[in-house]
Design a binder for this molecule. Structure first.
Ligand SMILES: [Zn+2]
Length: 149
């Protein structure tokens, strides 16, 4: 990928410290993923970021996953390569997929956020809801279930 393209791309990213999420400021698909026009096609920005940071793009059959569960994040250190199955498992584990019965529900989300303010640890909340600590972290940080106030 050429340098000019990289410049155009990073100009649309809110770049922060390495451990923080770098949010995409450009166009967003209805699915919640950022897109960027390249070679006559709208491409997913987290895939582009992965390709830019590693000098070669991800294989078409692979998905680029977000460690941070933030769809608009393009921080290369938050992206890892996976399979569609991994991605699906993550979604199911957090109750965001329509295909399986959610393992955490709206009422639990409200409860989890409230208990977190009272000092419950993520591990305790994870045990209480029967979901992963990562799932709880996403809920508490409002990276998932954003529609629940
Ligand atoms: Zn991130």
């Amino acid at each position: 990928m050429d340098k000019k393209f990289a410049q155009r791309f990073w100009a649309k990213v809110d770049r922060k410290a390495n451990d923080e999420c770098w949010l995409w400021k450009g166009a967003v698909q209805s699915s919640g993923y950022g897109t960027f026009w390249k070679d006559g096609k709208n491409r997913l920005v987290h895939r582009i970021s992965y390709g830019l940071s590693r000098k070669c793009g991800p294989a078409k059959t692979k998905v680029v996953r977000h460690k941070c569960n933030t769809r608009l994040c393009v921080n290369p250190s938050h992206l890892l390569i996976g399979t569609h199955k991994d991605n699906f498992n993550d979604a199911v584990a957090c109750g965001k997929s329509g295909a399986a019965s959610p393992t955490i529900n709206r009422d639990q989300v409200i409860m989890v956020r409230w208990l977190a303010t009272l000092g419950w640890t993520r591990q305790a909340l994870a045990n209480a809801c029967g979901v992963s600590k990562r799932c709880i972290a996403g809920v508490v940080r409002r990276e998932t279930w954003k529609e629940v106030k």
